[in-house]
Design a protein around this ligand. Sequence first.
Ligand code: 13P
Length: 241
Amino acid sequence: MITPLVMGNWKMAIDLDGVVSFKAMWSSKRLLKGVEVAIAPPVPYLALMTDLPNVSLAGQDASTQSIGARTGDVSAKMLSDFTCRYVIVGHSERRQNYAEANEQIAEKARQVQALGMTPVVCVGESASEREAGLAEDFVTRQVIDSCVGLTSDLVIAYEPVWAIGSGEAASPEIASAMHGRIKAALAESLGDIRVLYGGSVSVTNCASFSKAPEVDGLLVGGASLEAESFWQICASVGESS
Ligand code: 13P
């Protein structure tokens, strides 16, 4: 059986005080079984996070280049040097704000795999694509084009754009249906791939996702910033697995 993965994506939504209080609170919590926990902090705080017990580290993004004159970029090697096990690529905030295309995201993911880390490739449709009945075709295309040249050491995160930060999570049925479609799209070339759900996951709705077929874990934004709520989400996934 696959161990579910719950990853916190802190985005640019935390500061040093927040990191320090998260760590203090998290360290007072019981260690969890039946769930793999990972956190993607902002890069400047990575070094502060390497001593958190039973928590893997993740990068929030990686450059398409391995080294060179790329002001502001962070290479996969730099993330690997700080013991990252995972790297998120293709988050919808980067697709939207920096016009990142599937081809570029595939290149980032290849850089991540070349360093022995696992890319978490994010995909998801907008509200208008869903309303037009195009969600499944759109996401399938994103998945195929963002995974060119990758090996099976890969996680996909399905994060519908309309569910991110809106308080309106997708239903477990919508998530399961899309995850099934994503897995089918990759099965022939890559085998079984873990697919996480992300978008307004909270303490109140997390249990419904962990029972949903095809949902292999969660990618959590806002609710991962406080140790108490993130721990409760991780515990609910672990205990139900
Ligand atoms: P929220 O959980 O805040 O909706 O964010 C989801 C997300 O974008 C995680 O990558």
